[in-house]
Write a protein that binds this ligand. Structure first.
Ligand SMILES: [Zn+2]
Length: 392
């Protein structure tokens, strides 16, 4: 039995990310054996290899709730690469994966790639042949024949959706992804938002996923499509840039699942250099209205939400800063990439907290992120599944 004890000044532990002073996280193989204090551990007489992180603050490895392997939103014109070869996509993916892990992301949910590279990479990471976060993958994203979804593949009619859903599940995906609406946010409350997938098609995907007890996720900015997603029982609705006050109420009362927020692509002008001129125009035109819409979700204490970047690899902390700027409570924001993110992904029995019995995904930063989330920009120590990938 080989034990490792990580010492740090503080750790954010358990479901509520409570502060534990003079913390000791005891690791056995790939699991957390015990969360205790340094004094208690010393008094126990147990022998362990000590990793002393001094004044650092420990927290669970971060969960990126919305990424794509073949896209890198840090590169100008990145949306143009989607028709490149499998090999080119893999090269892009390897860099993004490594950068995510070095930024403290120990789990990443990839929501649409071509040719099942996400499924292959998940397997290669599991085997230790590729460095990156543990992946949750969706395989082929399904869009309407006439609809949006740059990484998606066109579908028409329930049988086409059913066929791809089953092919995806045959390949071993964790979640089925559909693209219900356009990508660009509405500019005003009166704007019409098209819906490219019918209610029956959405229900078919949900029915197929439920038959194997896997999750569903829908790209949906708002409009009629949002009502369809809630009614059909989609587990996680992505983006909701253009959700109306009435729809917030509907989600609050009827949606049993989650909302995953990826605000940066619309709200962060820092991402404009990486988008085409047409995209920049769309984002600028929808920015003020989206901020209004998203703020209502961030500030709603009855809605369960999580946070993702949409392929801005390793820059998850920027999304947390934006959430807080939109009025999100700090604790819920941090839970949105740890405890609650694990619940949304259906992996909370193994990840998302510093707690005995869970995977030893542990990261360290300079000070308490609940005082200032920006400290997550500089993650100085990363352990995933008991293995150290970044040390002081
Ligand atoms: Zn996406």
């Amino acid at each position: 039995m080989s034990l490792t004890a990580i010492y740090a000044k503080k750790a954010l532990i358990g479901e509520e990310l409570q502060v534990l002073e003079d913390a000791c996280i005891l690791i056995e193989n790939d699991l957390i054996q015990e969360v205790t204090t340094q004094n208690e551990f010393k008094a126990s007489g147990k022998e362990a290899e000590i990793i002393d992180l001094g004044d650092k603050v420990l927290l669970p490895g971060l969960i990126e709730c919305h990424s794509h392997m073949a896209l890198d939103a840090r590169v100008p014109g990145h949306l143009g690469v989607i028709d490149q070869s499998e090999c080119e996509h893999t090269v892009i993916a390897l860099k993004g994966l490594e950068d995510e892990l070095m930024a403290g992301i120990t789990t990443s949910r990839s929501l649409g790639d071509r040719r099942y590279i996400d499924v292959t990479l998940k397997d290669q990471i599991k085997k230790g042949k590729v460095t990156g976060p543990d992946l949750l993958v969706c395989g082929i994203g399904m869009k309407g024949r006439h609809g949006h979804g740059i990484v998606g593949v066109p579908h028409s009619g329930v049988e086409e959706f059913r066929k791809t859903a089953r092919e995806n599940m045959f390949r071993g995906v964790d979640v089925l992804k559909i693209f219900v609406t356009p990508g660009a946010p509405a500019r005003h409350a009166e704007d019409f938002i098209p819906c490219f997938i019918s209610y029956d098609e959405i229900c078919t995907v949900v029915e197929e996923a439920r038959a194997l007890n896997i999750k569903t996720a829908a790209h949906c900015i708002g409009g009629k499509g949002l009502e369809y997603c809630v009614k059909a029982g989609i587990d996680c609705i992505e983006h909701v840039y253009s959700i109306t006050p009435e729809q917030v109420k509907m989600v609050e009362e009827e949606h049993k699942g989650w909302i995953d927020l990826t605000s940066g692509i619309v709200l962060d002008p820092g991402r404009e250099p990486y988008l085409s001129a047409a995209h920049v125009q769309n984002m600028q035109a929808g920015r003020a209205y989206s901020k209004e819409c998203l703020s209502r979700v961030y500030q709603n204490d009855k809605i369960n939400w999580t946070i993702g970047t949409d392929a801005y690899h390793g820059l998850l902390y920027k999304e947390l800063e934006l959430a807080i700027a939109c009025g999100a409570p700090v604790l819920k924001t941090l839970k949105g990439v740890t405890v609650n993110a694990a619940k949304m992904c259906g992996i909370d029995k193994e990840k998302g907290q510093l707690k005995a019995g869970l995977k030893a995904d542990v990261i360290a930063v300079d000070s308490n992120p609940l005082d200032n989330v920006s400290v997550l920009a500089d993650v100085s120590f990363v352990m995933k599944g008991g293995k150290v990938y970044k040390k002081l």
